[in-house]
Design a protein around this ligand. Structure first.
Ligand SMILES: C[S@@+](CC[C@H](N)C(=O)[O-])C[C@H]1O[C@@H](n2cnc3c(N)ncnc32)[C@H](O)[C@@H]1O
Length: 238
């Protein structure tokens, strides 16, 4: 058993992520926080007036993973959508790594998100990211038709907590996911709703744990949609 002074490999990784990528803000007319991913400095503007305008640690964990697993998760020219993008760090890192990114959030958050995405990606990316509204569960087929919107990856950082839209979020994951889509989802555990969401999620998606960082209470998951019985049978027949 570990005593309080001992650390786990997860704690060491958590400390490395937080230390390596964060620079305290500079005091000047515009306040921003500096991060380094994909060998580039990224400046993120936050505001304390809503959840989406603050950068959450799960986003840094996901960015660290993408930055250090480029051999396995090659994002160049891949179609990526981020849900609940907030300040946009994950969108920015995916774009710097070469992906075609659609960055989404609620309407109130889009102004700051656009500002951060634009200032950090302009002239630095193969594909200019698109920032657009996606309110979970709302007009999904109308705004993101399955026939034309096919994503290789869905990115999600800290989108599951005690909010009233967990069913809509599940519906959104299901709508955006095709058979081959991979979800990379960093999740901070706080209260019961997080655990029950993971249980329900597992009835529809295969879930694999990539990181467990107990000191941050964050896990990083990779998920893929479970195939329905009829799809499995037709796949087996071919
Ligand atoms: C805790 S913040 C995480 C932000 C960012 N992913 C990060 O990790 O820094 C949750 C995000 O989900 C967004 N969100 C909350 N409810 C939503 C909804 N019903 N539809 C779309 N986005 C929503 C918020 O605006 C916010 O950006």
């Amino acid at each position: 058993m570990l005593n309080a002074a001992e650390t786990t490999p997860g704690d060491e990784l958590a400390a490395a992520i937080m230390e390596r990528h964060f620079l305290p803000s500079l005091i000047r007319t515009e306040t921003w926080e500096g991060y380094t991913f994909a060998d580039l400095e990224i400046k993120i503007k936050e505001s304390t007036d809503c959840y989406g305008a603050v950068l959450w640690p799960s986003a840094m964990v996901l960015c660290h993973f993408l930055d250090t697993h480029q051999d396995k998760y090659k994002l160049v020219d891949k179609n990526v959508i981020e849900v609940g993008a907030g300040t946009g760090l994950v969108t920015i890192v995916c774009s710097l790594l070469g992906a075609k990114v659609t960055s989404t959030d609620l309407p109130d958050v889009l102004g700051n998100l656009r500002h951060n995405v634009s200032r950090n990606t302009r002239g630095r990316c193969r594909h200019e990211p698109l920032v657009t509204e996606l309110s979970w569960g709302y007009q999904l087929e109308g705004r993101f038709p399955r026939a034309s919107c096919r994503y290789d990856y869905i990115m999600a950082a800290d989108v599951v907590y005690a909010h009233p839209y967990l069913n809509e979020l599940m519906e959104t994951f299901e709508h955006l996911c095709s058979e081959d889509t991979v979800i990379l989802w960093a999740m901070r555990f706080r209260l019961d709703p997080e655990n029950s969401f993971v249980d329900r999620f597992q009835t529809r998606f295969h879930l694999e744990e990539l990181y467990d960082l107990p000191s941050l209470r964050i896990k990083l998951y990779r998920a893929q949609k479970k195939r329905s019985d009829s799809q499995s049978q037709s796949g087996a027949a071919t």
